[in-house]
Design a protein around this ligand. Structure first.
Ligand SMILES: NC(=O)c1ccc[n+]([C@@H]2O[C@H](COP(=O)([O-])OP(=O)(O)OC[C@H]3O[C@@H](n4cnc5c(N)ncnc54)[C@H](O)[C@@H]3O)[C@@H](O)[C@H]2O)c1
Length: 123
């Protein structure tokens, strides 16, 4: 049983990943502020949930101790929203990603998987 961290595990894609890892028998720890809402169908009682902002590097690195892999899906993903709210989006998406990578490095986690963006395929 490997210890897995899923940031944004309460979101659309993250919640499916959490379920898949649990089905595989992994120990799953979810980091999510639930800014996008807390939908019951996206929560799984077999996982452990932490309402921690991903910019909280100290809390993240403590949680990541002994983890096999960090899957990074926490984000404010919508482009029109980022245009209307650039500071909030930059904080979560850019500073947040740097924080996740820093925390993983501190905790000596060997693998971080980033979810990228569907926009890499163009229009
Ligand atoms: N949905 C798609 O089709 C798609 C395709 C490719 C890549 N992606 C990428 O995958 C990631 C997740 O997308 P999604 O559609 O599941 O989004 P989502 O909004 O459903 O989930 C994102 C989760 O991150 C959480 N979150 C936001 N800011 C946070 C913070 N500061 N700290 C902790 N948690 C925070 C939200 O509460 C939410 O639960 C994004 O980076 C997105 O760009 C999405």
């Amino acid at each position: 049983m490997a210890k897995m961290i899923v940031t944004g595990g309460g979101g659309f894609i993250g919640s499916h990943l959490v379920r898949a890892l649990l089905e595989k028998g992994d120990e799953v720890h979810v980091v999510d502020t639930f800014v996008a809402g807390k939908l019951p169908e996206r929560l799984d009682a077999r996982a452990q949930y932490y309402e921690i902002d991903i910019t909280n590097t100290d809390a993240l690195s403590a949680l990541m101790e002994g983890a096999d892999t960090v899957f990074h899906l926490a984000a404010i993903p919508r482009v029109p929203y980022s245009v209307a709210h650039p500071v909030e989006s930059t904080h979560a998406n850019i500073t947040g990603t740097v924080s996740v990578l820093t925390a993983a490095s501190r905790a000596k986690v060997r693998r971080v998987v980033s979810s990228s963006s569907g926009s890499v395929y163009g229009d």
